[in-house]
Design a binder for this molecule. Structure first.
Ligand SMILES: [Ca+2]
Length: 211
């Protein structure tokens, strides 16, 4: 009997001290830092890297709204979303080799947003005159677009506001904010990027999710 008792004590001692050793270099938030590719990375509780803005607290990840899981790696389906800001990061420098406007000035750009297949598009509030294709421009949509169907298709069109007949520079494919097949939502902001003749249009969409 005494032998068994000794063995039991010894096992407890090993469990206790192995566990203690693995976290002995953790900081006060429970981070154990490892350097990977020259970057110092927090392994929360010594095991997981908190994702999606999660913060290590007492050795576990505190997840921001919309995320859960040991590493905040899982997404909660939003009830609704709003879009109030779009940023044009770049667009085609020419209109098939010609200047966008007859007076050789730059395109006067604005964006429309199409939800689903029907209904009128939303317009950005302002137009930027003589836009430089490689400069970032922020656009507001006021009032913001509110979407209760977070799986609705969202498609963008970039226009040059030629007097009388606005010219469509190009349009994106439709994509959506929430993918129920794999329970993933788009990040905030999310990026639309499409190509023509090796040139790119890049537009980022600022979105706020509600749960
Ligand atoms: Ca112009």
């Amino acid at each position: 009997m005494k032998k068994i008792f000794t063995l039991f004590t010894l096992t407890l001692l090993i469990v206790c001290c192995t566990k203690k050793d693995s976290n002995s270099n953790a900081d006060e938030s429970g981070c154990v830092y490892k350097t990977i590719d020259g970057q110092r990375i927090c392994y929360c509780g010594g095991t997981v890297v908190c994702q999606n803005g999660g913060e290590c607290n007492d050795g576990t990840c505190d997840c921001p709204e919309g995320f859960y899981g040991e590493a905040c790696e899982l997404h909660i389906k939003p009830d609704s979303l709003t879009i109030s800001k779009l940023t044009v990061n770049r667009f085609y420098p020419t209109n098939n080799g010609l200047p966008w406007d007859p007076d050789s000035s730059g395109a006067d750009i604005y964006i429309t947003v199409h939800i689903g297949s029907f209904g009128l598009p939303y317009h950005t509030t302002d137009t930027v005159s003589d836009a430089d294709p490689n400069t970032e421009y922020e656009f507001d949509i006021n009032p913001p677009i509110t979407l209760r169907d977070v799986e609705a298709s969202i498609r963008l069109q970039l226009f040059d506001a030629d007097p009388g007949s606005p010219q469509r520079i190009d349009e994106s494919l439709g994509t959506k904010a929430w993918f129920s097949d794999n329970n993933i939502r788009q990040p905030d902001p999310w990026t639309y990027e499409w190509y023509e003749n090796g040139e790119r249009i890049v537009i980022t969409v600022g979105v706020k999710y509600y749960y």
